[in-house]
Design a protein around this ligand. Sequence first.
Ligand SMILES: Cc1cc2nc3c(=O)[nH]c(=O)nc-3n(C[C@H](O)[C@H](O)[C@H](O)COP(=O)(O)OP(=O)(O)OC[C@H]3O[C@@H](n4cnc5c(N)ncnc54)[C@H](O)[C@@H]3O)c2cc1C
Length: 305
Amino acid sequence: MLAASVIDELKAALGPEGVREHEPMSAHTTFRIGGPADAFVCPASVSQVQEVVRICHAAGVKLWVIGCGSDLLVADRGLSGVVMEVGERLSRIDVDGCRLIVQAGATNAAVSEAACAHGLSGYEFACGIPGTVGGAAIMNAGAYDGEFADVARELTCVDARGALVHVTHDQADWGYRHSMMDDSGLIVVEAVLELAPASPADVRAAIDDLTQRRTSKQPLDLPSAGSTFKRPEGYFAGKLIQDAGLRGYRVGGAQVSEKHTGFVVNAGGATAADVRQLIADVQDRVRASQGVDLHPEVRMWGFDA
Ligand SMILES: Cc1cc2nc3c(=O)[nH]c(=O)nc-3n(C[C@H](O)[C@H](O)[C@H](O)COP(=O)(O)OP(=O)(O)OC[C@H]3O[C@@H](n4cnc5c(N)ncnc54)[C@H](O)[C@@H]3O)c2cc1C
């Protein structure tokens, strides 16, 4: 339960339209699962992000940052504290030659479309990753032999006290689903991407090809958080799960996708508890049958440890 004074300060900083109380997180995750956040705020400028951080820091309130919620499983009981969405209200994209200067709330789809329109190649890999640039920077999102680190040159972030921090490519220390910003709790507010000149027709063809490959293989008709598990060294998670006989395995409304066994989907009315149990069952069965430990890629928020 948040103190009324914190809500008042947030409303003073963002305007009443930028703050919602008891907001269901199911409306902000691609799993369509998750109980209420005490407060949900949507800053419309970098200075508002800084202000939210300062207010939460001074009050000792937990601050959660989300983009599109496409890599999250939020507990049914919800989240204590303040959830800050770096999203649509912070999504400007500017083009300067081969460089895109992108606010962190821009979606990967919007960035790849902007790049295409300006005849710039390099961000096509991300066109179907349903998250923001901030989310991509935090976990070095990747697909089809491309990853965020390939094109990102520098970032602007906000630290835990609300100060602006400049992060170079080397400082970001990107690896497989890893970044320094994630380790350090930095909030990404802007990225500079460097792309290569190309014909818009060629960029469009690459986007169409990747979209077709994704649509044919992934269960995009059902809510999910994408690949549920990280790729174990030397294996593919989906193949291990399939070989363990778990295609279509269900716990309540949660299911191992029939179409792609690397995805857990919300097949209808799934709770976070269903998904969590199913993940634990899959880990147990794969370990027992093939001796491999699967680690979740999806981030689980609001559960007891
Ligand atoms: C159908 C589907 C397909 C997918 N395919 C892929 C794929 O091919 N490759 C891939 O890598 N991922 C994939 N994903 C997973 C997901 O889309 C990515 O991980 C994405 O980068 C998450 O971005 P987001 O904005 O949704 O972040 P969220 O899910 O909102 O947040 C994820 C993490 O990033 C942090 N975060 C978000 N924004 C910021 C910010 N501005 N500053 C600091 N921290 C922030 C959050 O605190 C959280 O820890 C897929 C998901 C789905 C549903």
